[in-house]
Ligand binder design. Structure first.
Ligand SMILES: Cc1ncc(C[n+]2csc(CCOP(=O)(O)OP(=O)(O)O)c2C)c(N)n1
Length: 373
């Protein structure tokens, strides 16, 4: 196993002093170590992986040094455009180290949303012409890989990627926890929304633990799973899936259960919701100020006025709530949407949280039947 401190020190020794990325469960120990040991100016968690590549590019343009960008392989898609049309050697040829968590590695069991991305991770890098190695799992081999990586970057001026297998990094627990003043957990917030909703409300939930909690809560209350579209992958897009449904099903309420990290990742979606003004749309953004599902690294959502943004985008109303009572009252209101309800919650989840038992396509079938009723 690799100590996160060892990796960090080796890249620092090679002159890297800027880190940007979106956290990943497989990289969580490294991400937490960087969060704790690098200043806020030199480590930034931006809205999405494409922004991380762009920030790193700006840092290189300003300093000439080699930045490091980390991401889950799910985020490669968000990064492809800046990698190919900005960083690429036929364009500006920007050097950077990429560290990519390898969910869905072939031969290892993982969730359906990671299978194809996992199979295509190395072929995608090859197709994009980005040299890479699968990160070694002992310090001596890794030191050699890192030295080779920087030699390649210095010779070519191009990026170099480390593809990181599960359990490659030794444990490290995040120390820098930003306190959130909140009285309920995400699970309590979701339960409150469920119990205050109408029986024909359509739900679309975001990537990560929110969808897993929604699934288990339906089970607990014997409500079945057909009412929920679980956006297991495609982080940030739940709000637009919900919008696509709301625009067609005008006589049904559509409730989007979003996360702060996900809402920030595709924040442009709020503008379209505000412009289209679906009256049947309720956007519940659960804000724990963190990428809780992948290790709890901070987002910037606690210092952003999400309700203010939604209002400026044209939502009919937008409020922030912190108690189950206020959340319940919002859901029970008979007001026209689109409405945004930001719910401040605590970080963390149950240790024994399960995963959906049905396949995504079974989920889709049951959901489409419910929507058609
Ligand atoms: C494009 C993309 N980048 C990164 C991930 C990894 N990922 C899964 S859930 C998650 C955190 C989501 O944060 P938030 O929306 O705030 O919800 P929370 O986990 O805090 O409930 C991340 C980064 C992903 N699935 N897809």
């Amino acid at each position: 196993m690799i100590e996160p401190s060892f990796f960090f020190e080796q890249v620092k020794k090679n002159g890297t002093d800027f880190f940007a990325g979106v956290p990943d469960s497989l990289l969580k120990n490294l991400c937490a170590y960087i969060t704790d040991n690098e200043s806020d100016e030199r480590h930034i968690i931006p809205a999405n992986e494409g922004s991380a590549v762009a920030l790193a590019t700006g840092h290189h343009l300003a300093t000439g040094s080699i930045p490091l960008v980390y991401m889950q392989n799910s985020g490669i898609g968000n990064a492809v455009n800046p990698l190919l049309s900005l960083v690429d050697s036929d364009v500006y040829r920007i050097p950077m180290v990429l560290v990519i968590g390898w969910r869905g590695e072939p031969g290892k069991k993982d969730e359906p949303q990671h299978v194809t991305q996992g199979r295509l991770t190395c072929p995608l890098l090859e197709t994009m012409g980005i040299p890479y190695v699968v990160m070694a799992e002992d310090h001596d081999s890794l030191k050699k890989q890192i030295d080779d990586c920087y030699r390649s970057i210095r010779e070519t001026g191009r990026p170099f990627a480390f593809v990181v297998k599960k359990d490659s990094f030794a444990p490290y627990s995040l120390q820098k926890n930003i306190p959130v003043t909140a009285e309920m957990t995400r699970e309590t917030a979701i339960e409150t929304v469920l119990l205050a909703s109408r029986s024909d409300d359509i739900f679309v939930s975001t990537t990560g633990m929110a969808s897993r909690e929604l699934y288990e809560l339906r089970e607990k209350h014997g409500m079945g799973h057909g009412k929920d579209f679980l956006t297991v992958g495609s982080m940030g897009h739940a709000s637009q899936i919900a919008l696509g449904i709301a625009l067609e099903k005008k006589n049904r309420r559509v409730v989007c259960i979003d996360g702060d990290g996900a809402a920030l990742m595709q924040m442009g979606g709020l503008a379209l919701i505000g412009e289209r003004k679906p009256e049947n749309y309720i956007h519940v953004v659960i804000n724990n100020g963190a990428h809780d599902s992948v290790g709890g690294q901070p987002t910037i959502a606690l210092s952003v006025d999400l309700a203010g943004i939604a209002k400026a985008c044209g939502y009919a109303s937008a409020v922030q709530v912190a108690s189950p009572e206020d959340l319940r009252a919002e859901l029970e209101k008979n007001a026209a949407g689109p409405r945004l309800v930001e719910v401040r919650v605590l970080k963390g989840a149950r240790k024994d949280l399960g995963r959906p038992k049905e396949s995504p396509q079974e989920n889709k079938q049951a959901f489409m039947q419910f929507v058609a009723e």
